[in-house]
Design a protein around this ligand. Structure first.
Ligand code: SF4
Length: 459
């Protein structure tokens, strides 16, 4: 994702070009750094040729992300050789491969790992004008309150914690991001109120493991208390939970989801696999039986629940029979949203040293098979929605609809921003729709990922 906005075109050392890579958690870091830089007089430009400085916030979680970041840095370094702007590279890749980056790209002026973002102004200024007192420390409530949103006006992410200690055996995040650290509930509430005052209607709660929220700060998992508090924030209509861990659900959390009407019946629960030998080898801390029991409880207690999950295909030791078990599970549970990724052998992780690594061609073939299966399920589910009415949060005009005549994009509670599909809208009388507006739409067409509907003016 490239974040650009045209403010004005005069070349200036403070004209900032930003490339933000990776996941929503990284995007919040980018937004916080942008807030710091805006406070220091920097402004965004949409043209690399006009930039006085460039920030690349990288992801380094998987080999593919490392390759993507290297590609972006190479391109910017080539431009820097001609234009001579200042280049600061931040993020997970710096944490993971900082010394290598320094050697590969001597043109980079400053590197900041994930624990040193508070130094972004000094790094960008070249420490010419900086005094430490002017900096806001990362993690400080003011650091988040200053954040410059890069999402649409209707929604934002609320990062409730950073870091992870779950130590899934394939994952580099605990080494990159460090121990799990929750943000104080009062700070999150203040941030939510500030966004609501700006017109934000939807909060998407994120962390490496949102379900563990509060464990470190309050001595017990406290996402239930946080949901109670956020539910009372005036102006917010939807609260969505992303990145939950199946081992960390409890009755208190499920009860909080049911009693707080703004918490939408949508859950993102990355399950990674269902075969017990693989769940053990991944160190996922849940069994198949516990997973099935959890999903049944959630479906029963949260009417209209939409489930998103992700699976890792081709983990070491995955046999054809285990993969078939996964396909059968997907068929039985009919998840509304599924992502599948080929296992990536990451140096330094315990899984990289496991025997019985699966050949790449087999992994790719299994990912394709799984996604074909899921597309059929998703298409059937979306077709079944035709003629039904849905509440949709309008995001704005679009030309990306799968058929002509639907000039607006929005999302229902069933669609998380940036990752799920959209609901494309038309109005019967050409009435313009505004971002942040809620409308009721009657669904006319269903596709595997998206829906098209007409706004119901009588609703
Ligand atoms: S829960 Fe597992 S996969 Fe997710 S960030 Fe933590 S260690 Fe990685």
């Amino acid at each position: 994702m490239k974040i650009t906005r045209r403010l004005h075109r005069r070349p200036d050392p403070r004209a900032l070009y930003v490339i933000s890579l990776g996941c929503p958690k990284n995007r919040v870091d980018t937004e916080c750094m942008l807030g710091e830089l805006h406070a220091a007089g920097y402004y965004l430009t949409d043209a690399l040729t006009e930039a006085g400085c460039v920030l690349i916030n990288t992801c380094g979680f998987l080999g593919a992300a490392v390759q993507e970041a290297y590609g972006e840095i190479e391109e910017v370094v080539r431009a820097k050789r001609r234009a001579g702007f200042r280049l600061v590279v931040t993020g997970c890749l710096v944490e993971r491969l900082g010394e290598q980056l320094r050697q590969d790209f001597p043109e980079i002026d400053a590197l900041l790992g994930v624990r040193t973002y508070a130094d972004i102004r000094a790094a960008m200024d070249g420490a010419r004008h900086e005094t430490p007192a002017e900096l806001t420390a990362a993690g400080d409530a003011r650091y988040y309150l200053r954040r410059t949103p890069t999402t649409g006006p209707a929604w934002t992410y609320l990062r409730v914690a950073d870091g992870c200690e779950n130590r899934c055996t394939y994952c580099t995040i605990p080494d990159i991001r460090g121990a799990f650290r929750s943000r104080p509930l009062e700070d999150l509430l203040e941030e939510a109120r500030a966004f609501a005052a700006r017109g934000v209607k939807e909060l998407n709660l994120i962390a490496q493991d949102t379900t563990r929220y509060g464990d470190d700060l309050y001595g017990r998992r406290s996402l239930d208390r946080l949901l109670d508090a956020l539910n009372a924030v005036a102006g917010v209509r939807w609260i969505r939970l992303l990145y939950t861990h199946p081992a960390h659900y409890d009755d208190a959390l499920i009860a909080a989801m049911t009693r707080n009407e703004k918490v939408v019946p949508y859950l993102d629960i990355p399950l990674q696999h269902i075969a017990d030998p693989l769940l053990r080898a991944m160190h996922r801390r849940v069994t198949k039986a516990e997973t099935v029991a959890l999903l049944e409880t959630l479906r029963e207690r949260l009417p209209g629940l939409v489930l998103r999950t992700t699976f890792i295909v081709g983990f070491p030791g995955e046999t054809e029979a285990m993969f078939q078990e996964l396909l059968d599970f997907i068929e039985a549970f009919r998840f509304e949203r599924v992502g599948a990724f080929a296992y990536s052998r990451e140096p330094g992780t315990p899984a990289a040293d496991l025997p019985d690594q699966v050949p790449d061609a087999v992994k790719r073939e299994r990912v394709d098979r799984l996604m074909r299966r899921q597309q059929r399920i998703a298409l059937e589910q979306h077709r079944a929605r035709q003629h039904r009415r849905l509440e949709v949060l309008v995001e704005g005009p679009t030309d990306a609809a799968p058929r002509r005549g639907y000039p607006y994009a929005g999302r229902s509670y069933a669609d998380a921003p940036d990752i799920d599909g959209q609901v494309f809208l038309r109005t019967p009388d050409q009435t313009p729709l505004q971002p942040g507006q809620f409308v009721t739409a009657r669904i006319e067409h269903g596709y595997a990922y998206d829906l098209c509907g007409v706004v119901d003016a009588s609703a």
